[in-house]
Each structure stands twice: as C-alpha cells, then as structure tokens.
Design a binder for this molecule. Structure first.
Ligand code: SF4
Ligand code: SF4
Length: 655
C-alpha cells in the first residue's frame, strides 16, 4: 500500500482527541444511569386519572390507537378522552397496572440498566393486559359495558404499540449522574465534539483549497469496501430491518413478506431480465488491515444510533435528559428524542459545513450552496419548528415536501393544520402549492438542484458530513438500473399509501380491498421513513457513498428527477476537447454518474438523478464542465440516443 501522508497539525490532533473523548462519553453515559419507578409515575403514564389535572393531553392519554404510536415520526396526537369512556378505562386499567407492578416488584426496586428495566416493564404490561382482559370479559358477560364504549377502547394492545409510553416511563424512572448534572454531560459530549470538530477543520484553511489527490483512496476512513463485503453488510442490515419489522408490526409478517417479495423481484429483474449479472470489477478497496475498518465502524455506529433513536428510544433517555435544560431554556417544554436528533443533525451540518467551505473556498457555487443548506437546516428545520411548538402551533418544517414528508396527508396532521387556525391553513396550502406548482416550476427553471443541493436536510447532511465518502458511489450500469427500479418503486409506494390515507380520511373507512390504512402507514413509516432514510441512508455513507437515500430511496428525488429528465432547462455542458480523461469528475460524483464518459464525447449531461451539486465541475482541472440552464433543446434532450452509457462492458443505450 502506498505511504500515507496525512500532514496533520498539532491542533488537528488535539481536535481529533477531543472529538474521540466526546464520543466516548456520549456512548458510555448510556450505561451510567439507574432506574427506579414510583407507582405514581407508572399510573400517570399508563393509566392516568381523567379527572386529574393535565389528563386528556396527548401525553397523558391512557390508550394508544394501534396505528398511531411507536414510529419514527408517525406518532399521532390522540383525541381528548371523554366520560364515561375515559372513566371506565381508568377504573379498569389503573388497578390492573397497580396490582401487576406490586406483584412483579416493578416499583420497589432499582434497575441497573434500561434493558433490565424495560424487560420488567414489558412483563408488568403483559400481566396488566391479562387483568384488563379478564375485567372486560366480565363486563361483557354481565352486560355492564356502557353504551357507546367498545371493549377495544378499554383493552390493551400489543406492547409493540407502546414504545413511546415505555420511553416516558424510563425517563420518569431515570436516576444517576446525568439527571444530576445534565449541563456537564452536555458540555462533555456535544460541546467537546463541536470544539474538537472545529479545531480539526480550521487548519484546513491553510493549504490550497480543492481536492489534492492526497491519497484519499488510501485513507482508512474513506476507502470503502470491495463489492463482496459491501454486499454482506447491506444484506445483513436489510435482513435485520425486516426481522425487526415483524416485531415492530406486533408479529404481523404480511408487509415484511410483501417487501421481501418486491425486493427479490427487483433483484431478479435487474440481474437476469436486464442482464446485469456480470459486473465490471469495482476498484479494489479491500481493507488491508484492522485500522481500515474505522470507516466501517463509523457506519456501524451510525446504524446503531439510528436504530436506538427511532425504534427503542427508552434506551437513550440519558441523551434526552442531557439536552432537556437547553430545550427548556430556549423553547420551554420537555425534550424528546426528536429534539435531540434535530439538535445533533443541525450541529453536524454546521460544523461539517465549515469543513466543506474550507475545502471548496475557491468555488463560489460551492460556497453559496453550502451556506444555503446550513441556513435552511438551522432556520427551517430546527429553529422555526421549535418556535412554532413553543407557540402551540404545528411543528411543521416548511421546506419539507410530500412525498419526502410522507405523513403530510395523514389524518392527524390534516386535523392539526385545520385546528391551528390561519397558521395551520397556511401550512396546508403552502405544502400543496409546493407539490403541485413549486416543485415542477423550479425544477423546470433550474433543475432539481434547487432542492436537493440547496435546501433539503437529507441533501444538507450528505453534502457536509457525507462529503468525505462521496467517491464511494457505485458508477456501474447495474447500480443505475437498481437505482431506477428502487427509487421509482418507493415513489409509487408513497403515492399508493397516501391515496389510501386520503380515502380513509374522507370516507371514514379504515381499509380498502382488505388493506388496513393504519398498517400501511405504519409499515411505510418504519421501512422507508426510518429504515431506508435513516438507518441505511446515513449509516451507509462509509459503505456506499453519501447519497444512498437520495439516489436509491427518496420519492421526492424521483419526482424531481422525472421533471428534470423530461421538462427542465438544466444540464451540465461539456467542452469535450479540453478533457484529459483524468476521471476526477466521475470519481467525485456522489450520484454514481459516469461524468467522464459524457465529457469525452462532448455530450450534455441530462440525468434524472443529477442533484446539481457541482462538485464534478469543481474538481475538474480543465474547466470542462459547466452547470447551465437553457431552453434551446428542452424537448429534444429526452430522445434515447442522447443517453449513452460507456463502460468497460461496452457502449449501450439507456432508454
Ligand atoms: S453529475 Fe456533477 S453535479 Fe450532478 S450529481 Fe454528479 S457531481 Fe453532482
Ligand atoms: S471532464 Fe474534467 S474531471 Fe472529468 S475526466 Fe475530463 S478533465 Fe477530468
């Protein structure tokens, strides 16, 4: 392996050390706390008295409708309980929880970890559930169920639907150093991490800007894996998500099975029907030693972070406790895992945005674009929703557009918009206008880059934190074929799921052709909203490049791409005569576009997937590539002969 020249300064080593320390504390603090629950907290969370102060709020409501809890962002506010229903629920459930907790000793002992505490909570929940079932059976047998109250209002569902309640119990039970010193842990983790990152990045203002060919392929963190290992990690993650999905759906395997069947169908279509079984060998990037797995470890850490955050928030309560004082001081109220996530996401984009600025400070397009994603993340995705929440308005991210914002048309969301007065109606109209007019018009004028590379939060993270891994995107024709099947498949799924949602909203029918709306919503939120966009989309930066989600999964990118492909003025023009075939452009294209192949032929690049990041132009040593808007040939560009793919396998037309 060629010698590695990192040229790090002392300041950078200090920065790295501080960052590593912050990560260590951040991870280790999860094991520092103990958990001890009082009966009062148990009942206030699981079976609150409807006549007590504060009862009837979404947080205090005692029942959870099966389709409205436990997802990454599919938690729906519940309607206020009304007598006699709420009264009966309380009278049946409260004694059941009290007796089960006493019998199984939940409330008189201290648990050393969130895992042992959760095990006990689940055990108590199951015991309470049996007691509730017995009471309800008795009420039915004695015909004492009040009119207008269904037995299902009172019975408890599968524990899988109570993820957020269990997380609330864990938070109420938490005791230990983090609860006692939240600001200290905030400074030791997030504070030190930001400081370390800045110290590492600042010296980069010294040397020349731009890519420096300084052994990026040999950097242990960014070199990636060969195809076999990459396939292994991807298959293991997908399998893990599907198996966990069965548990998430409370043992219902129907949608995991449908997903598996669709996945196998796409695999068969691409590999056999479209003849892509044989693939050009990928650039050798097999890790040479143990240290080469640093990047893979980073990806695994990210995957673990997302799994805990999305699906088992009960195990990250110390992280939420740590940011609670900041949330209260800035916006009031209590912190949730989504406040923690928003804060971390924003800080990462800001810090790594500074890195992007140092790297491409010679390029005005990159400076403006990076400044733009930093601004939109800070203002639109973080500050404005938090301020709206403090004002008791819907916490809408006004730049998030359906179908990326997949729950925009969910019933609880539409109700929330309508009950929030003029502000809510504005949000609803704004969202619809963006989908119908804003997106097509802007893409027609300047391409999908206006959103994917200037505004979007997913794109913002990819362009800042993900930049060191952009060269890992697969440039093969086979990857392109997978991309088109999968991303358009997700768009179709989003459209069907939303159509079913609106059908239910306007007719009141809970299902259509046997497909239950809440289950379809729940599975989409789990699989696409959390699994694909979060776990795979970000966790796979070090494995498959920084735009895995944008390229293969984002339904909004698919919609933008269709408009860009057929109706946009945007293209990248190439001055083929100047090209020296160095390949920088293809290497650094995060969307896996073989830019050099177009440049060598002097052919305009008009690809649905191009996010207009402009990095291909920024790294070209000959000024061959230009991002332009022109109406001259907007109709002609879609004819097949203009889309030619050249690879070592030969030249082929892609229609
Ligand atoms: S072709 Fe260029 S502008 Fe388009 S995504 Fe690739 S690197 Fe970015
Ligand atoms: S277009 Fe520029 S970066 Fe791409 S191969 Fe040609 S000279 Fe190199």
């Amino acid at each position: 392996m060629p010698a590695k020249h990192t040229h790090k300064t002392a300041l950078q080593y200090i920065g790295l050390g501080l960052f590593a320390l912050s990560l260590l504390v951040f991870t280790g603090m999860l094991a520092l706390e103990n958990y001890r629950l009082t009966e009062q907290d148990l009942l206030a969370t699981m079976a609150p008295n409807p006549e007590a102060e504060g009862a009837g709020t979404p947080e205090a409501s005692s029942t959870v409708s099966a389709g409205s809890s436990g997802g990454a962002s599919d938690a729906a506010p519940e309607s206020a309980p009304t007598d006699p229903r709420a009264r009966l629920i309380y009278e049946v459930q409260a004694p059941a929880f009290r007796e089960a907790a006493t019998e199984l000793r939940l409330t008189d002992q201290t648990f050393g970890s969130s895992f042992s505490f959760q095990d006990k909570v689940t055990e108590v929940f199951q015991a309470a559930r049996e007691r509730v079932d017995e009471s309800v059976d008795e009420l039915i047998a004695n015909e004492e169920l009040p009119e207008g109250v269904s037995e299902w209002d009172v019975r408890l569902s599968d524990p899988a639907y109570y993820t957020e309640k269990f997380a609330a119990l864990t938070a109420a039970a938490e005791i230990g150093p983090v609860v006692d010193n939240p600001w200290l842990f905030f400074l030791l983790t997030i504070g030190l991490g930001v400081l370390g990152g800045i110290l590492y990045i600042l010296p980069k203002f010294g040397p020349h800007p731009g890519i420096k060919h300084d052994h990026i392929y040999h950097s242990q963190v960014t070199k990636g894996l060969n195809l076999g290992w990459r396939g292994f990690f991807l298959a293991a993650t997908i399998l893990g998500i599907l198996l966990f999905g069965i548990r998430y759906m409370a043992g219902d395997w129907f949608w995991p099975a449908v997903t598996t069947a669709i996945g196998l169908l796409i695999l068969g279509l691409v590999l056999w029907v479209e003849g892509s079984w044989h693939k050009t060998r990928v650039r050798a990037a097999d890790p040479a030693g143990l240290s080469a797995y640093i990047g893979i470890l980073a990806g695994t850490y990210l995957i673990g972070f997302y799994v805990l955050l999305y699906w088992t928030p009960a195990h990250v309560t110390p992280w939420i406790t740590m940011v609670e004082p900041l949330k209260t001081a800035l916006f009031g109220g209590t912190a949730s895992q989504w406040f923690l996530y928003g804060l971390l996401y924003t800080l990462v984009i800001l810090v790594m945005g500074v890195r992007m600025i140092t790297k491409y400070r010679h390029n005005k397009y990159q400076l403006l674009r990076t400044g733009s994603v930093m601004f939109f993340q800070l203002a639109f995705a973080f500050l404005i929703p938090e301020i709206l929440g403090a004002l008791n308005k819907p916490q809408q991210d006004l730049k998030n557009i359906w179908p990326l914002d997949y729950d925009f048309f969910f019933g609880w969301q539409l109700d929330q918009f309508q009950s929030a007065g003029a502000v809510g109606i504005f949000m609803l109209v704004w969202g619809i206008v963006l989908i119908i007019v804003g997106v097509p018009l802007m893409v027609h004028l300047v391409g999908k880059r206006w959103y994917c590379s200037w505004v979007c939060g997913c794109g913002g993270l990819a362009e800042t934190m993900g930049d060191p891994w952009r060269q890992l995107s697969d440039k093969s024709l086979r990857a392109w074929k997978f991309e088109r099947w999968i991303v358009h498949g997700v768009l179709l799924a989003a459209i069907l799921m939303t159509a079913l949602t609106l059908y239910t909203y306007f007719t009141g029918a809970g299902s259509l052709l046997g497909f239950e709306t809440w289950k379809v919503q729940k599975w989409y939120g789990f699989l696409i909203g959390a699994g694909f966009a979060g776990v795979v989309g970000t966790g796979f930066y070090p494995l498959m490049g920084n735009r895995v989600w944008c390229r293969f999964g984002c339904p909004l990118a698919a919609y933008l791409g269709l408009v860009q492909r057929f109706q946009s003025r945007f293209r990248i023009t190439t001055n083929g005569g100047q090209c020296i075939s160095c390949g920088n452009c293809s290497t650094y294209c995060e969307m896996g576009i073989d830019v050099r192949a177009y440049a060598q032929k002097g052919q305009d690049i008009v690809r649905a997937s191009c996010v207009g990041c402009g990095v291909c132009a920024a790294v070209c040593p000959r000024g061959v590539l230009r991002l332009e808007n022109s109406s001259v040939d907007a109709g002609y560009r879609t004819v097949p002969e203009r889309v030619i793919h050249v690879s070592e396998e030969g030249v082929s037309l892609v229609d």
